[in-house]
Ligand binder design. Structure first.
Ligand SMILES: Cc1cc2nc3c(=O)[nH]c(=O)nc-3n(C[C@H](O)[C@H](O)[C@H](O)COP(=O)(O)OP(=O)(O)OC[C@H]3O[C@@H](n4cnc5c(N)ncnc54)[C@H](O)[C@@H]3O)c2cc1C
Length: 496
């Protein structure tokens, strides 16, 4: 007997990281009720960067039932415990924003208040297992049975972006996703509703659908192109608009289990250690440095033999005002872009896919679903935007026109309020969902030298001697937990 369940025809345009993540997740969760088709163009290709991730990626991989070792081997992945920021607060400064907590809350008061009470002289990272392990180039999987120490952190992956999509493509195709390699030449609209009805390919084929997921990258063919959804420009706050990318050979010795972000005169430089090479790139503001100068600066700074010439990419900071319009959902670079300072783009792809699956339309698309989706995307983008701006604005650097600009610029009200609250009370405005909770803000604020005028008065309650002993004891146990871990290289070898 034929299956009577209504089926939705989903057409995914684009086969980069966003397209294949969408295809794999939809195939896993919705195959019985959706016909999934993906169109990708060999002529256009993918952006091919995007190597550093956030811990949420693990849920994505696990949810698909993919073995971690197989995934890491296929994508040449390393473990990532956080990001080391160098030279952001001031030249010579360095701190790690870890995937984990600092110290231990006491009587409902966050640890950093006790740290402030103690004078804030010893770097707060010494109370973070993730920081201590990263500094020692060590890694072990967290142990949830010990939330105070060995389970006080999370981890993500650093992987080869050109291998992630193909890995998911094999997964998705094996689960019924139909793949078409061709270039879209034109888009057909439904004469009555105005929705998108079909894509016309250069092969002459017509691909009809009920729901279109625009993963066409910066080209943004459907959402920005055909539907002309307005662009919200954030380049006034995030002036970097280009990146020069250039991999280099891996040095001998330890592989760092973290990404490095090194401040440069007109932006910053990433260094992402993979198993087989190191990814590098200079994210820069073209108003403050020329492309040639940026490439030269990158070549001079890279620690290892370059494997290619620098490749320059251009982008704009901002997003489409709405990501779900009519029957088109923008995912990935097609919905917006926030520069990779905190490795957030793949997370945004994942968040959009998760919500799309939760709101997957049965029959027609309801306005309420579109609105719920767009609200989530707004919230995620706004939070990340403010957090990124903080890294630039919270600086004492005055050594270039770029740093002068970001130090003195007006910031969004939402960030100004957070900064004012922090400065006056040492508190971080809390929210229940979304990225970058209290420990992340604390890491960057303290890391960049913004110390508050006060701390939670309850942190003054324990007596001095007891508090001092407890702090020293905890610091020693944090260090011992990190040193007991195997070297990162050994942990990688054990995964094979
Ligand atoms: C410099 C830089 C560094 C980054 N670093 C990070 C990072 O460290 N961490 C992170 O999470 N993210 C990072 N990102 C973002 C990350 O690279 C992207 O979010 C991710 O790769 C998703 O890209 P995409 O799939 O949306 O687009 P793309 O990879 O560009 O894919 C677009 C797809 O659309 C197809 N297409 C386009 N037009 C047509 C057409 N007419 N017909 C048919 N097919 C078409 C193309 O063939 C391609 O398959 C970085 C981005 C940049 C620019």
């Amino acid at each position: 007997m034929a299956d009577a369940r209504p089926r939705t025809r989903v057409v995914i345009l684009g086969g980069g990281t966003a397209g294949w993540m969408t295809a794999a997740a939809l195939a896993n969760d919705l195959a019985p009720i959706a016909d999934i088709r993906l169109v990708e163009s060999a002529d256009i290709g993918i952006v091919g960067v995007g190597e550093a991730t956030l811990p949420h990626i693990r849920q994505f991989v696990q949810h698909l039932g993919i073995d971690e070792g197989a995934f890491m081997a296929a994508t040449h992945a390393t473990f990532k415990l956080g990001i080391a920021f160098e030279g952001f607060g001031a030249i010579g400064d360095r701190y790690i924003h870890p995937f984990g907590t600092f110290g231990r809350d006491l009587a409902g008061v966050a640890f950093h208040h006790y740290w402030l009470r103690a004078g804030g002289r010893v770097p707060i990272g010494q109370w973070s297992v993730a920081v201590a392990a990263a500094e020692a180039n060590r890694f072990a999987h967290p142990n949830p049975a010990d939330p105070e120490l060995a389970g006080s952190y999370g981890y993500a992956y650093q992987f080869d972006a050109t291998r992630f999509g193909p890995f998911l493509r094999d997964y998705a195709v094996a689960r019924g996703v139909a793949r078409t390699e061709a270039t879209v030449r034109s888009v057909e609209r439904d004469g009555t509703t105005g929705d998108i009805a079909a894509l016309h390919l250069d092969t002459g084929e017509r691909i009809a659908g009920d729901l279109f997921v625009d993963c066409s990258g910066f080209r943004n063919l459907l959402l920005g192109g055909e539907l002309d959804e307005a662009w919200e420009d954030w380049s006034g706050w995030l002036p970097c608009d280009s990146a020069a990318a250039m991999p280099c050979a891996s040095p001998e010795g330890a592989i760092e289990p973290y990404t490095r972000a090194v401040a440069m005169p007109a932006g910053w430089r990433w260094r992402i250690p993979l198993r087989h090479r190191v990814g590098n790139g200079y994210v820069f503001a073209s108003d403050h440095v020329s492309e040639d100068e940026a490439c030269e600066a990158l070549i001079a700074a890279v620690e290892g033999e370059p494997l290619t010439e620098p490749r320059v990419l251009r982008f704009r900071a901002g997003r489409r005002r709405r990501s779900w319009v009519r029957n088109v959902v923008g995912v990935g670079l097609a919905s917006g872009f926030l520069e990779p300072l905190e490795s957030t783009s793949i997370y945004l792809v994942q968040a959009a896919i998760t919500r799309l699956i939760e709101l997957f339309p049965a029959g027609g698309i309801a306005d309420a679903d579109r609105n719920a989706f767009n609200r989530l995307v707004d919230m995620e983008y706004d939070r990340i935007r403010d957090f990124l701006i903080l890294h630039y604005h919270a600086t004492r650097r005055d050594d270039s026109t770029f740093w002068d600009h970001v130090r003195t610029m007006a910031v969004p009200d939402s960030l100004a309020e957070k900064l004012a609250l922090w400065r006056a009370t040492g508190r971080v405005a809390r929210y229940g969902e979304g990225l970058f909770l209290e420990p992340s803000w604390v890491a960057v604020l303290i890391g960049q030298g913004i110390l508050p005028d006060a701390y939670d008065p309850r942190a003054a309650i324990p007596d001095d001697a007891a508090m001092d002993r407890a702090m020293q004891d905890l610091r020693a146990r944090v260090g011992a937990t990190a040193i007991a871990m195997p070297e990162h290289r050994a942990s990688l070898a054990a995964m094979r």
